[in-house]
Ligand binder design. Structure first.
Ligand SMILES: NC(=O)c1ccc[n+]([C@@H]2O[C@H](COP(=O)([O-])OP(=O)(O)OC[C@H]3O[C@@H](n4cnc5c(N)ncnc54)[C@H](OP(=O)(O)O)[C@@H]3O)[C@@H](O)[C@H]2O)c1
Length: 327
């Protein structure tokens, strides 16, 4: 079910590019994004088709093509990918490049071969140049060098965008790409070795509270600014794009606002009820000072995020507490 503050379900107009009660294959339906997209499409009245990795490895081109021919969905959302943090990306660039290229080749070309009329491919904001002008516009794609730590992943994703565009140009396929910002929400990864910043903060403050630790030490100065979007909002944006967007250019998905990591930490501290001190270890690196997507293209289609950051963090914290025995 959609989470707190989630935008109302869409009521596709007769001109919607996604038919009413469409049959949609969500690739990666067990992941953070895919599970939210599947929930949203089902709530909108569509039939969601899924196939777990145990039954279909999407790197297998022939198996994927046969599956798509058999089920012949009205649309495909490609939310399956090999995803990971900086450490995983820099340790396993071969897998990040090859798995993603294979998944994209199997799913996008398999969908076209099966006559699937509509497809949404999900990339990530890391496809943009490391020094792209802020807020980052879609036009900055391929205008400068990438962040070296996730270059293999980003290049695979850029190949996916080019593949989608090529199917549009050569075959007139109604295939599109979207680039979400940093996401969080139920289903997030809370493993401190591989998690993103928000679930890591939630876990650290929670553990500090339950163990009675007097302080929590965080890396850097707390001044870098980042943007966060709840997965229910990204799912709403995906549904909107499937209904209304049919362009050559990728579309950024974000909330259009960022905040310093220190403010984010303060919200998480309050939500988790931690009363101790927050200490910034300023000897540790800060990373890029700012990373914010320009979301004018998505806003022009009528998208407004519905989940306030504090509410979304509280709901994510509650979800995680329900998963893990409290420590
Ligand atoms: N999370 C973010 O903050 C974020 C931000 C921007 C963009 N995105 C984009 O959103 C997409 C999904 O990300 P996510 O965060 O939802 O990742 P995730 O939670 O790791 O989910 C990825 C999904 O893909 C499936 N998958 C991976 N390899 C597969 C294979 N060979 N065959 C079949 N299924 C396979 C996984 O299956 P299993 O469940 O079996 O492992 C999982 O369900 C990615 O393209 C990512 O770049 C994510």
């Amino acid at each position: 079910m959609p989470g707190p503050g989630t935008a109302a379900t869409s009521d596709p107009s007769p001109s919607s590019l996604l038919p009413r009660a469409a049959r949609v294959f969500v690739a990666g339906h067990r992941g953070l994004v895919g599970s939210a997209v599947a929930r949203r499409l089902a709530a909108d009245g569509h039939e969601v088709i899924t196939r777990g990795r145990d039954r279909l490895d999407l790197r297998d081109g022939e198996g994927t093509a046969a599956f798509l021919r058999e089920v012949r969905p009205d649309a495909v959302v490609l939310a399956a990918a090999k995803v990971g943090g900086i450490m995983a990306n820099s340790t396993y660039p071969v897998q990040f490049l090859e798995d993603n290229l294979r998944i994209q080749l199997s799913v996008i070309s398999g969908a076209h071969a099966a006559g699937v009329p509509r497809l949404l491919f999900l990339g990530s904001s890391c496809i943009y140049p490391k020094l792209a002008e802020q807020p980052i516009r879609e036009e900055s794609l391929l205008t400068g060098p990438l962040e070296p730590t996730n270059e293999a992943y980003a290049i695979a994703k850029i190949a996916g965008i080019t593949q989608v565009r090529s199917y549009r140009r050569q075959y007139g396929a109604s295939y599109i790409s979207a680039m979400p910002t940093n996401l969080y929400g139920p289903g997030d990864n809370f493993d401190l070795a591989t998690s993103h910043v928000l679930p890591a903060l939630i876990r650290r403050f929670h553990e500090a509270r339950t163990s009675g630790a007097p302080e929590v030490v965080l890396w850097g100065t707390g001044t870098p600014r980042r943007e966060f979007l709840h997965v229910d909002d990204v799912a709403a944006a995906c549904a909107l794009l499937l209904e209304r967007y049919d362009g050559d250019e990728p579309v950024n998905i974000g909330c259009g606002e960022d905040l310093p990591i220190s403010e984010l930490a303060e919200v998480v501290r309050e939500v988790t009820g931690y009363q101790g001190k927050v200490v910034w270890d300023t000897g540790k690196p800060d990373g890029t000072p700012r990373k914010l997507l320009d979301v004018s293209r998505l806003s022009a289609l009528g998208f407004k995020p519905a989940v306030a950051l504090r509410d979304g963090i509280a709901a994510t914290y509650e979800w995680w507490l329900g998963q893990e025995p409290a420590s």
